[in-house]
Ligand binder design. Structure first.
Ligand code: SF4
Length: 398
């Protein structure tokens, strides 16, 4: 690991939701409001610590051509001994920053001193102990939509009520279960204790797991009330699939909107029905279009998730055509988002086996990149005011 800088050039920011310390351009470290280190930029690599104190690193290679925004991106789990070294380094930096308090305006100095005091108290051993606190508060969280990485996640249900899509193994380790009210209340308390003051920086509440919003409104009401009591003034969001969401009418969604539901993330995946069937996911393009229209009528924003490259070469042409046609029917606007998610085979899913049995050859990286560009163009053409963003499912850190 590189040594700390020889020459200090301090930059310090006391932000409402974080403290950011940097004493050279090659190193920027951010701490949450409890003083726990959250992220590092160190010599071109970005590290992030999850609430369970797992550390992931990401580094982009130099752009291969002047036209490309960035080169290939690498992501890896940081081994525990390296994570410890990073934790120690963050505490040392907070210690050293005591001598640079004058780098911030006078009005912020007392707040900075208090925050540095907190940050210095997080030894590597104490940070590693967050793993146990996380495990006491949460079942593993395998996925979130990108706009919810900074939300408070509350697990109102476990698993997925369908759990049979061939490409998905996120919830294979747990049957679908609704959390009883007492258990949910205890979970909310545990999450609040785990986050501490850092909850102030989390702007929304995400109702997990896979499709908590499939519950009838009568069951969701007390869940939303308890969540709002613990984390007030935050919008709600959650995953929902077309087949589950359709069970509610517009008035049901309107009621949830009034209770604070702002956006739902819908795993639409494709607009080509035979591909959806091949993936063993219920629903259809018509049903997706009708469901999104209901949500829009109810004032609920949508994040439409589409997979890029799924179904390989056999489905590529029809997947693109069907998905572009579906996008053109969705009437998305500025509050919505389209996520294009490059397909990766989940370990443990049945996709690879099914593809091999049916002779469905995967697309190569260039073909996936080309399909991504075509779908991005289609999304932008269909909904010029709607952001279109890449969704790399393995980039999630909570
Ligand atoms: S993709 Fe969605 S509906 Fe399908 S198994 Fe996974 S969580 Fe359930």
């Amino acid at each position: 690991m590189p040594r700390p800088a020889d020459h200090d050039d301090w930059r310090i920011a006391v932000q409402p939701g974080a403290t950011v310390l940097s004493r050279s351009r090659r190193e920027v470290v951010s701490y949450d409001l409890e003083g726990r280190v959250g992220s590092w930029f160190l010599d071109g690599t970005v590290y992030k610590r999850s609430l369970a104190s797992e550390v992931v690193a990401r580094r982009s290679e130099a752009s291969p051509t002047p036209a490309a925004a960035r080169g290939p991106r690498h992501r890896w789990a940081v081994p525990a001994d390296e994570a410890d070294a990073l934790f120690r380094r963050a505490a040392v930096l907070a210690d050293a920053a005591e001598g640079a308090v004058d780098a911030v305006p006078a009005a912020a100095r007392d707040a900075l001193r208090a925050r540095l005091h907190e940050a210095r108290a997080w030894s590597p051993e104490r940070l590693q102990g967050e793993r146990d606190r996380f495990a006491a508060a949460y079942a593993p969280i395998p996925i979130l939509p990108p706009d919810q990485y900074g939300a408070v996640v509350l697990q109102a249900t476990f698993g997925c009520s369908w759990n049979r899509c061939t490409f998905c193994s996120f919830y294979q380790d747990r049957p679908f279960q609704v959390r009883p009210p007492e258990s949910f209340a205890a979970h909310v308390d545990a999450v609040r204790a785990l986050l501490g003051r850092a909850a102030d920086a989390r702007r929304g509440v995400f109702l997990a797991d896979g499709n908590a919003l499939v519950l009838a409104n009568a069951r969701l009401r007390p869940i939303l009330d308890a969540a709002r009591a613990a984390f007030p003034d935050r919008p709600f969001a959650g995953f929902v699939d077309v087949f589950g969401g359709e069970r509610k009418g517009v008035d049901d969604w309107r009621e949830l909107r009034a209770l604070g539901l702002q956006r739902v993330a819908i795993g639409v995946e494709t607009g080509h029905d035979p591909l959806l069937g091949w993936l063993n996911k219920p629903g259809s393009a018509d049903e997706a279009a009708a469901f999104v229209a209901d949500l829009k009528r109810a004032g609920v924003r949508v994040a439409v998730i589409l997979m890029v490259g799924v179904g390989g070469a056999r489905f590529a042409e029809a997947h693109v055509a069907g998905t572009a046609a579906l996008l053109a029917r969705l009437a998305l606007d500025a509050g919505d988002v389209v996520y294009l998610s490059p397909f990766v085979v989940h370990p443990g899913s049945g996709y690879a086996e099914r593809a091999a049995a049916d002779g469905v050859a995967p697309l190569d990286p260039e073909e996936i990149a080309a399909q991504y560009r075509v779908l991005r163009t289609a999304a932008r053409g269909a909904a010029p005011r709607t952001p279109v963003a890449r969704y790399d499912i393995d980039e999630f850190v909570y």
